[in-house]
Design a protein around this ligand. Structure first.
Ligand code: OGA
Ligand code: MN
Length: 207
């Protein structure tokens, strides 16, 4: 997908990030792409490819159902046409954020996530203790016709004890600074599908 780096959507995300550290765009993914990605995600779930998500990484990775109840599968270029279009869009967003905010974002990692009814993810920051590369988190939602009473909101904890709840409506994208915005996923009444991702900077550890 060829999309100009100075597209107004990208410009809004950059200015929101610069001024308050997060951005919500209700219309980000084209609706046809949202539907194809949802179908792709459900098919992977049906084939048993989605695995219980872990917290932490490497030797410290643990599946702790009390913390998060989603099942995930990492996405890679070449897996499917809709995944490639999604990754292409996120690559344009990466370049655009680097151009306007000088963030030095080097790459992007992303997984499908499926929360069965009742699943949640307790309050956390998207930064591992032993890996500080994750800089900007993104969540693209894939469910059609999500109603507020379906639950499953993404709750952002903002400065000054404020909270902001995002209804996970298909096509919407939320972007936030990974180490600055604590957040949680509230339990949903229905299956909740998303693509979560992280733009990463070069690590500060030894080479
Ligand atoms: C995560 C996360 C939020 C969401 O996967 O780290 O916080 O709305 N996801 O799915
Ligand atoms: Mn998170």
């Amino acid at each position: 997908m060829n999309i100009s780096l100075d597209h107004p959507l990208f410009a809004r995300i950059a200015s929101d990030l610069a001024s308050h550290g997060w951005s919500q765009q209700n219309i980000f993914l084209p609706s046809a792409l949202t539907e194809e990605l949802a179908r792709d995600c459900l098919e992977r779930a049906r084939l048993g490819q989605l695995k219980p998500a872990a917290t932490g990484r490497g030797v410290t990775a643990q599946v702790r159902e009390g913390i998060r109840g989603d099942a995930i599968e990492w996405v890679e270029r070449g897996q499917s046409a809709p995944v490639d279009r999604y990754l292409g869009l996120m690559e344009s967003l990466r370049q655009s954020l680097n151009q306007s905010l000088f963030l030095g974002l080097e790459d992007f990692e992303s997984h499908f996530a499926c929360y069965p009814p009742g699943a949640y993810y307790l309050r956390h920051l998207d930064r591992f203790n032993d890996d500080d590369r994750r800089s900007v988190s993104t969540v693209a939602y894939l469910n059609q016709a999500w109603l507020p009473e379906d639950g499953g909101q993404l709750r952002l904890y903002l400065p000054g004890e404020r909270i902001h709840d995002v209804v996970p409506t298909g096509g919407a994208l939320v972007v936030f600074l990974s180490d600055q915005i604590p957040h949680e996923v509230l339990p949903a009444q229905r299956e909740r599908l998303s693509l979560t991702g992280w733009f990463r900077r070069r690590g500060s550890g030894p080479l």
